[in-house]
Design a protein around this ligand. Structure first.
Ligand SMILES: [Zn+2]
Length: 237
């Protein structure tokens, strides 16, 4: 159950849209990575919660993720409350990740924006002894943020995902009810258009271009990053 990395999304497929290729890169390198979806996506115009569970599990297989949890918070009602923090604290203490990946704030979807603050605070409270759960306290060492949708301010980090971008697209295709899929019978939504799926590729290509790669995924942090020496000048002792 323990994993070095925990990637959290408000809805099943958020992690894939934001950092699916990075997750695949991590698991391919042997890094145990878990995903926590906060809601089941039951407010979505297409696909039932049951369908989306099967899709999410299929995608986890493609990405090499062994543990995918769901806290069953209300889709469309994610809020930073003690009640909603509680199951997230429990999940963090069970998984015990060193590193957390969360949605960035100021996203146009209110759940993504709320998830940012909710999970940040839950990660802090997960370290407090006075909050009692079955598993002992644990606080992740680092938190990085990714964007699901929304304006892409220039990120502090871009990960080269050249060898992992197609795995991300394969993972996204597992969400048969959500993204462009001529074989699925449902109302046309913004993210179900061919253009939306193509925009994911365009965005990754744009970020890749910024670092001399074919594809990149963007990460954001709060505050400065501590380094021993500037990247490119590291020395092994
Ligand atoms: Zn979402």
């Amino acid at each position: 159950m323990n994993a070095e990395v925990l990637a959290v999304g408000a809805h099943p497929d958020d992690v894939e849209v934001g950092i699916g290729a990075l997750v695949h890169k991590l698991t391919t390198a042997g890094c145990a990575t878990a995903i926590l979806d906060l809601t089941r996506g039951e407010m979505g115009s297409r696909g039932s919660a049951e369908e989306r569970k099967v899709e999410a599990d299929d995608s986890a297989d493609v990405l090499g993720v062994t543990t995918r949890l769901n806290t069953d918070l209300p889709d469309g009602g994610v809020a930073n409350t003690a009640e909603q923090r509680r199951p997230i604290i429990e999940a963090i203490r069970r998984i015990r990740p060193r590193v957390l990946f969360l949605p960035m704030s100021d996203d146009r979807h209110p759940d993504h924006h709320a998830a940012h603050r909710l999970v940040r605070d839950a990660a802090y409270f997960a370290g407090l002894i006075r909050i009692e759960t079955d598993a002992p306290p644990h606080r992740p060492e680092r938190i990085y943020f990714y964007r699901v949708y929304g304006e892409d301010a220039m990120p502090q980090m871009i990960v080269n995902v050249d060898k992992h971008f197609e795995a991300k697209m394969a993972a996204l295709r597992c969400f048969r009810s959500q993204f462009h899929n001529p074989e699925y019978d449902g109302p046309e939504t913004f993210i179900a258009t061919r253009e939306f799926l193509e925009s994911i590729r365009t965005r990754a290509a744009w970020f890749g271009n910024r670092i001399g790669a074919a594809y990149g995924e963007a990460l954001y942090v709060d505050g400065p990053i501590s380094v021993d020496l500037p990247p490119g000048l590291e020395r092994t002792p």
